[in-house]
Ligand binder design. Sequence first.
Ligand SMILES: Cc1cc2nc3c(=O)[nH]c(=O)nc-3n(C[C@H](O)[C@H](O)[C@H](O)COP(=O)(O)OP(=O)(O)OC[C@H]3O[C@@H](n4cnc5c(N)ncnc54)[C@H](O)[C@@H]3O)c2cc1C
Length: 482
Amino acid sequence: MEIMDVVIIGAGAVGTAIARELSKYELNVLVVDKNEDVGGDASKSNSGIIHTGYDATPGTLESRLVVAANPMYDKLARELDVPFTRCGAILTAVSQEEYELLPELFRKSHENGVYDVEMLTAEQAKSLEPQISPEVKGGIYIPREGIIDPFTLVVAYAENAAMNGVKFMLSTKVIDIHLEDGRVSRVVTDIGEILTRFVINAAGLYTDEIAKMVNQCDFTVHPRKGQFYIMEKDIPYNIEKILLPVPTKHSKGKLASPTVHGNMLIGPTAEDLEDKEDYAVTAEGLEEIIESVRRLLPAASPKDSITQYCGLRPTKTPEGYKIEASEEVQGYIGVTGVRSTGVTASASIAGYVVDILADEGLELKPKVSFEPYRIGITKFNELSWKEKDELIRQNPFYGHVVCRCETVTEGQIIEAIQRPIGARSLDAIKRRLRPGTGRCQGGFCSPRIVEILARELNVPAETITKHRKGSEILTGPNRLGV
Ligand SMILES: Cc1cc2nc3c(=O)[nH]c(=O)nc-3n(C[C@H](O)[C@H](O)[C@H](O)COP(=O)(O)OP(=O)(O)OC[C@H]3O[C@@H](n4cnc5c(N)ncnc54)[C@H](O)[C@@H]3O)c2cc1C
């Protein structure tokens, strides 16, 4: 049986970023994930903000890694063809009490090494973002806060890693890790065993359960739910900058943010739970969002939302990043505690983990053939009429618009299925191309996408799922027998 150098458990932002970083070296690397697609759990349901780290706790590993990661995104987004915009954020003080906290937050930002923040008067805040509350007392401008498409980021990390030789085993759950002479030797999954020299635990919410498999769990991880509204694209109060509330100790608070696709996001809540599978959106949560966000953006209205969703932050107790090699179990590296900043920090965590592996004795021989560039799926909507015409002449599938809300063509869906880590479910197509994210929420395009997936994969349409086994869309032939 082949022996892997490194097995990474988890194909979220953190696991796939590490995989890409390791693909720069002559190594045998395998990523294992229980889900049917890359994208993670928390990594596909967050605010999509590339933080600067201005508000981190100074001196912590989180501060160091988030501050280091932020400047990496201009190059990373270019290399990986990921939508990313440095739109900037305004920390918005609405009450006198919040206003009085601004100097302390400004100073904290400097302590974190984020020196390009600017204090704003109420008038300056209003002129930077005209939709801001007229009650605003002042604020802090954080110019380097950015927005990214987190789905594309993770798919791109994974695809680029795969292009450079990393293997992926999806729909595969790790159930145990075996040791030999105090060193990891085998990862046991629900479909078989993998021999390996190193294991990286990047399992997000489940890092505690994986750590228990090697008796290295001195922490717990619980979900902190964050619910969101996604708004229509064409609303009269769209914003260009992220509006942040003055944070509390518990959470960064509920914000309003533009997205790279032109919809505004508002939320998230911060609800501590026990159940790691509780993805329910609640009326109370949504009310709380509207009430809080209206303090920053008075026009925000639930009438303008397209849909709602929620994500679960992997919240570790005790809190804080914990990224280290075990001193007792050779070859085991845990990456946990990346509660609310893991999308941003994935870029720097990757290098940090590679250094740990080198310290633990992994030989890092640079791969001469490493290709840093990944070209994404054809962006049909961004082509000129002439380019579209030319493309359709070459391949008529680009002339079939399947999703009218987001203008997604059959040609693009076929590309998504045929790429290095091909889409296999409706949600996998949605994360790569956005059909189903528009006004009709998939009502028109989903049946067509099921047909295309079945045809391209040469499987019966009844086997196509929304995301995992058990979420099949069709149960059998219809009244007409088709
Ligand atoms: C509401 C909300 C808002 C947020 N906003 C932001 C933001 O704006 N900016 C930011 O930087 N961060 C944000 N975050 C935080 C960020 O989303 C997380 O820190 C990050 O996604 C964690 O990535 P991960 O790869 O560690 O975990 P995940 O994405 O959860 O991935 C872990 C993977 O491990 C797999 N796994 C688990 N157990 C097993 C097993 N036994 N076998 C095989 N596979 C397994 C899972 O299937 C999953 O795919 C937010 C989070 C939430 C929930």
